[in-house]
Each structure stands twice: as structure tokens, then as C-alpha cells.
Design a protein around this ligand. Structure first.
Ligand code: MG
Length: 387
């Protein structure tokens, strides 16, 4: 591998419109926000990364504001001027900074992209180079689609029909207390056989066990993160009481968390979001643990723009990712995206991975600058008692 030396790093906080806002048990985001990282090497190659932190500390404690602060003040200075043979060297450079996985992920992802481009490899090939032989990228990822909370069962059923018509082979519904079992029963009446799962985003407690056990009648692929966002122990008490496999999302922040969850029997499926676990180096470790333990694995999404979506697709094309991923086609979320060409859904609910080096798609600078301007204009963290 040809090494890179990091010459400059530019941060772009952005705001762009979503085609359709996604309501979850946390509420609704007014627009998609992110911090894009453009990292330039001494060879003139630009690597891109994305921090998926939102405006509000809902899914994660990180926000756009914390990401900019931690990147600017602490993480970027640790990386500038450094020479890297591999992006797996990045976590050690950041070891003095606690937490802030999404901020770390954005920089590490930009290093993966810059190194892969420098060495004329796709990102998927760069990931596979750190895995045992036989983990050759498939050239595509199998994907599903996530549907937010709608006002009625009928509206949910209508959206499911539309998504099935577009070719999505797995449907995930966001749920919350009071909007779960009746929704599931209503959907199953119309679609008894579709591949269906529910995502609770940690909206329940162990006291809801009897209620949650009713999910077993719905023939679900899995239920995602029913209990506390940082809980592993209580999930280990719930899983043996349910036939439906529990998939953990929020509470697995590292490979060590996964080892603990496996030891306790807290999950039967893992949703891995590379941004949630500080990046692709930790993701590769988690991938290896899943393979060793035959734990079904899929890659989740945080409504990434094309920058983050391309990199996650590359990871999702690795053969140890065995279940449909939350990486929908571009037109599900953005029109237009910040990158070209858009990702389109192909046959068998698959999206092909780009074949060009690195993330393999081209970032549209005019759109990034416009989205950056919109972020400034939104004045998100500015307040006045005068209204
Ligand atoms: Mg989830």
C-alpha cells in the first residue's frame, strides 16, 4: 500500500432537504444535517467522510455542534501532517479523546477513501484486505427500506405497497408504545408473508415484557432495540422470553459491547452502524466477531448523504453481512443528493457498489457549498428571547 500524508482537512456542516421526513419514536428532524469532511493528501487526492450527527441529541448524544467542536479542537489536529499506511492506524491516534464516535468515524472514513483512491482500490477491496481470505466483496449489497411512523395503519399499508412495488424485499416499520401490535396485525392482514421487522428505538422497558411477547405472533424477521439505548443486561432478560430475535442497534458501541451482549445472550442479530462504533476499523473487528459466532449481521443507516451511503454500501457488500441492510436507493431520501450518480435499486432488492476507486462516486462541490450555506442560514443553535 502506498502511504498518504495528510495535508489539509476541511469541514462542511450541511443542511439538505429530505424527500420525506422520517418520524421515529424520537420525533422528527426538520432537514438532514451532517458534517462532511474533505481530507487532502500530499499527493493531491481528496478523501471524503461524513459525520451523521443530527441537530438534536436524540439517537446519539452527538450533534452537529459537538461534531464541529470535537473535530476542530481535538481530532483534526491529531491527524494533520501524519503519514498513514492504513486507515486502521487512525483509532490509536484518537485514543486520547473519549467518545464522539460519529466525529471520529467521519475522519477515519476520509482516510479510508483517500488511501483507497491513492492505491486505486475500491473501498470494498480496501476493507476486504483486512479480513481473512475468502471475504471477497460481492459487488452489491442486499437492502431493505425503513418506513417511519404514519398516522394510520391504512397509510402505512399504502407506503408498504409502494415500497414493495419499487422492489424492496424487506420492510422495517418504526414503532412506539401505543403504535405497535395493532399496526403489526393490521399490516399482517394485508401482507401475511412479506419480510417484516419492527424497530422500537429503545422506547420500551422490561415491564413491557408481556406486551412485547405479543410480537411473536407477527412472524417478524426481528425486533430492533426494544429496551434502553445503552442497555445490554435487560435485553438479555427479555430475549429468552421471546421467540422473535432481538437485534441490537444503539447499545452496541464497540466490539467489547458485542462480546458482552453475546456472552449474556442479549441479541440474536446485530445492526452495525459504522458511525456508531467510531468507524470502519472497529466495524471490521465487529464483523470478525459476527463471522466467528455465526451472528447474522446487517448494516444500518443514519440517512447518510451519498458520501456516507457509498462507504456503507461498500462495507455491506462484504459476504459476512448476511441480512438486508438499511441502505436504500438515493431517491428514497434525496433529490438531488450531494453526489453523482445516484444509487438505484436493482433486481433482488440489491444496490450495486461503485467500481471506481475509493467511495467510487463524485461529490458535487456546488451542492456541498449550497448545503453548507443553508446550514449557516438555518441558525440552528442561535437563540433569542425576542423570538
Ligand atoms: Mg434502529
Amino acid at each position: 500500500m502506498k502511504p498518504i500524508t495528510i495535508k489539509s482537512i476541511q469541514l462542511y456542516p450541511i443542511a439538505i432537504s429530505l424527500v420525506e421526513t422520517l418520524r421515529t419514536s424520537f420525533g422528527e428532524e426538520p432537514f438532514k444535517s451532517a458534517v462532511l469532511v474533505a481530507l487532502e493528501t500530499d499527493g493531491g487526492v481528496v478523501g471524503w467522510g461524513e459525520s451523521s450527527a443530527e441537530v438534536n441529541p436524540g439517537y446519539s448524544y452527538e450533534t452537529v455542534g459537538t461534531a464541529i467542536h470535537v473535530l476542530n479542537e481535538f481530532l483534526v489536529p491529531l491527524l494533520l501532517g501524519k503519514t498513514l499506511q492504513s486507515a486502521t492506524e487512525v483509532p490509536a491516534l484518537f485514543s486520547g479523546v473519549r467518545g464522539h464516535p460519529m466525529a471520529k468515524h467521519a475522519l477515519e472514513a476520509a482516510c479510508w477513501d483517500a488511501l483507497a483512491k491513492t492505491n486505486e482500490m475500491t473501498l470494498a477491496e480496501a476493507f476486504a484486505a483486512h479480513l481473512p481470505a475468502g471475504h471477497t466483496p460481492k459487488g452489491y449489497a442486499t437492502v431493505g427500506v425503513s418506513i417511519g411512523i404514519k398516522p394510520t395503519v391504512d397509510e402505512t399499508v399504502a407506503v408498504i405497497g409502494k415500497r414493495l412495488g419499487q422492489g424492496y424485499g424487506r420492510i422495517k416499520l418504526k414503532i412506539q408504545p401505543g403504535w405497535d401490535i395493532e399496526l403489526g396485525r393490521g399490516v399482517r392482514k394485508v401482507y401475511p408473508d412479506i419480510t417484516l421487522m419492527l424497530d422500537a428505538n429503545s422506547a420500551y422497558t422490561l415491564e413491557d415484557t408481556d406486551h412485547l411477547k405479543q410480537f411473536d405472533e407477527l412472524n417478524l424477521l426481528m425486533v430492533e432495540q426494544p429496551l434502553g439505548h445503552d442497555d445490554i443486561y435487560q435485553h438479555s432478560k427479555l430475549q429468552p422470553q421471546m421467540k422473535t430475535p432481538i437485534c441490537l442497534d444503539e447499545s452496541i458501541q464497540s466490539a467489547d459491547d458485542l462480546r458482552l451482549a453475546l456472552e449474556l445472550g442479549a441479541l440474536r442479530i446485530l445492526n452495525l452502524k459504522p458511525a456508531r462504533v467510531s468507524g470502519y476499523s472497529e466495524s471490521l473487528e465487529i464483523y470478525r466477531i459476527c463471522v466467528e459466532n455465526n451472528l447474522p449481521l446487517w448494516i444500518g443507516g443514519l440517512l447518510e448523504t451519498g458520501v456516507g451511503r457509498a462507504a456503507n454500501l461498500a462495507f455491506a457488500s462484504l459476504p459476512g453481512v448476511t441480512m438486508p441492510c438499511d441502505i436504500s436507493a438515493t431517491d428514497r431520501y434525496y433529490n438531488p443528493d450531494l453526489t453523482e450518480p445516484p444509487f438505484v435499486l436493482g433486481d433482488h432488492s440489491r444496490i450495486a457498489t461503485p467500481t471506481a476507486p475509493g467511495i467510487g462516486i463524485s461529490v458535487q462541490m456546488d451542492r456541498v457549498l449550497a448545503a453548507n450555506k443553508r446550514w449557516q442560514a438555518e441558525q440552528v443553535y442561535q437563540h433569542s428571547s425576542l423570538g
